[in-house]
Design a protein around this ligand. Structure first.
Ligand code: PLP
Length: 254
């Protein structure tokens, strides 16, 4: 009898199968995403989790957001729904530049690239600035999702001690001198997870350390506009002749 005679008429013939390649080596040792785990927990109605910085939903400006969507979709629907330039909508960039300039960080629209959040900005910056094996300095403790980005890039993450006022400039100085760092990741205002704000003198000291040792400062500022009292601490201007330090800010932090 012909072998195929025993196979039912509609059955798929079995094909030789070769296993798919392993996942990329940058995933080695990555069991999960800490943020994904935190959010999975906070999605459970019976859990009140203090692990993630979720805003109070009753404070969401649903009316204002609805009105903004209505206005854009009424006035300019085709442009609003079409692809834009990679850098982002020019009007938005102009408005953000004016806002940053008013907050004492002189910025032109051309200096800006709009992303879908800090996480995308961190990934782009890390891709552009960090080689595998490079040293990335972070505050100790540090925002979890940033650590994951640096891990994926193959960076060697080195924690810098902090105290009640944030990163300790003397410790930064010593570690930067020893480690030949590429980049310092900093959340200077209402840091996650400590909530601490770096005073102006320390911001200057950090900028000077960057100029002296030649590393980038990536400043993440999702919470800088959420102050209820006290004085806003101005950003320290990039120290010439360093190139402008990249920074990312998320207007609506999680
Ligand atoms: C320091 C910091 N950066 C970024 C984010 C999140 O930013 P995004 O949702 O825009 O990626 C958070 C949210 O917890 C944060 O605390």
């Amino acid at each position: 009898m012909h072998p195929s005679a025993s196979v039912p008429v509609n059955a798929t013939p079995s094909l030789p199968s070769v296993p798919a390649p392993a996942t990329a080596s940058r995933l080695a040792g990555v069991a999960s995403s800490p943020v994904r785990e935190i959010l999975a927990l906070t999605a459970r109605p019976e859990v009140i989790s203090f692990a993630g910085g979720l805003p109070a939903p009753e404070l969401f400006d649903t009316e204002g957001i609805r009105a903004a969507y209505d206005r854009v979709l009424t006035e300019n629907p085709r442009a609003a729904l079409q692809y834009s330039t990679t850098e982002g909508d020019p009007e938005l960039r102009t408005a953000v530049a004016a806002r940053l300039t008013a907050r004492e960080l002189p910025t032109e629209a051309d200096d800006l690239l709009v992303t879908t959040g800090s996480q995308q900005a961190l990934t782009l910056l890390t891709t552009a600035l960090v080689e595998p094996g490079d040293v990335v300095l972070v505050e100790d403790p540090c925002y979890l999702a940033a650590l994951q980005t640096f891990g994926f890039a193959g960076a060697r993450v080195v924690p810098v001690p902090t105290d009640d006022q944030g990163i300790v400039p003397e410790a930064l100085e010593e570690i930067a001198a020893r480690e030949n760092a590429t980049l310092l990741y900093l959340v200077p205002t209402f840091q996650n997870p400590t909530g601490r704000t770096l005073p102006a003198e320390r911001r200057h000291a950090v900028a000077e350390a960057a100029a002296r040792h030649g590393f980038w400062i990536v400043e993440d500022d999702p919470y800088g506009e959420l102050r209820y009292d006290g004085e806003r601490v101005p950003p320290s201007p990039p120290t010439p002749p360093r190139p402008t330090a990249p920074s990312c800010s998320a207007p609506s932090p999680r």
